[in-house]
Design a protein around this ligand. Structure first.
Ligand SMILES: C[S@@+](CC[C@H](N)C(=O)[O-])C[C@H]1O[C@@H](n2cnc3c(N)ncnc32)[C@H](O)[C@@H]1O
Length: 276
């Protein structure tokens, strides 16, 4: 079984390397867009502009803003931000996947020296199983006195245990400027989302793009029960976690993941909050 899995992984990697090589030979490699072999998530760069537009719509992005991007992945948000932020802006991206951070440091330094990237050697079953620290041990001491106008978390809390969400909220609270705001995407598993999943189960008609059938201690997950692969939260649980961290929430902004209409086009729900 594991040999089959390894073989599948090897084939996938080999396929990506081959496509990257073709891009390189044909001169199709775009600066700041990572090669396929580096991709450790399914982040599509096509959504970069849409996400940055959403951040701008909900919290406002000034050309000289100081922005923290926690769980920055392979730089999708950073890439989108290069079209909005100017040379006086400051951007800090943080992630636990070292090869991605190393690649972004090399790629951005000559083109956007105001973009900095920082690696955390933190464990995640989904993204960094060999990480040596736990999320609860993370501190932002490496940021010094730096404070931020906007903190962006795109699809990070959708991969964290609630204790880790609480830990990061407290750290974020302390690095936000007085009028700064946190944009954090989440899956809100409210009555509507649960009813959609139930209806889908009964009728076989596709109504929701995620199944949160496992109820854990303060979170919902897919069938394996590990929130680090995918996590959703009850609206009351979200309010509780934010309030405990002295973060004041605005009304939820809903995405399309569970078939809801009338919200934004990006599939995840979004929370906007400020430190109080
Ligand atoms: C779904 S990806 C989203 C990446 C990026 N924000 C984007 O939208 O393209 C989740 C990211 O969170 C990072 N991550 C997972 N657990 C983390 C943790 N405990 N601390 C910081 N980053 C973490 C992963 O390495 C991964 O890059």
């Amino acid at each position: 079984m594991s040999l089959k899995r390894d073989l599948r992984r090897f084939n996938r990697r080999a396929g990506r390397f081959a496509l990257d090589a073709v891009d390189l030979v044909l001169g199709r490699r775009q600066p700041l867009v990572p090669p396929r072999w580096l991709s450790h998530n399914s982040a599509t760069f096509e959504a970069a502009d849409e996400i940055v537009e959403l951040v701008d719509r909900y919290v406002g992005l000034k050309p000289n803003a100081a922005v923290l991007d926690l769980g920055c992945g392979i730089g999708r948000v950073a890439y989108g931000l290069t079209k909005v932020l100017g040379p006086d802006a400051q951007y800090v991206g943080i992630d636990i996947v070292e090869r991605a951070i190393n690649w972004m440091q090399r790629e951005y330094a000559p083109r956007h020296p105001n973009y900095k990237f920082h690696h955390l050697d933190v464990h995640s079953s989904a993204y960094n199983p060999k990480g040596r620290k736990q999320t609860e041990q993370v501190d932002f001491g490496f940021l010094g006195e730096q404070k931020f106008d906007v903190v962006i978390l795109v699809s990070l809390f959708t991969h964290l245990h609630p204790d880790h969400v609480r830990h990061y909220l407290k750290l974020i609270h302390d690095v936000l400027k007085p009028d700064g705001r946190l944009f954090a995407s989440v899956f809100i598993n409210d009555d509507f989302a649960k009813a959609q999943y139930q209806k889908q189960k009964e009728t076989g008609v596709k109504l929701t793009s995620r199944n949160f059938r496992f109820k854990g201690d303060g979170f919902y997950a897919a069938k394996d029960g590990n929130p680090e692969f995918i996590a959703a939260y009850d609206p009351e649980q979200i309010k509780d976690m934010w309030a405990d961290s002295k973060m004041e929430l605005e009304p939820f902004r809903y995405g399309t993941w569970c078939g809801r209409s009338g919200g934004h086009n990006f599939y995840q729900d979004v929370t906007i909050s400020r430190a109080i």
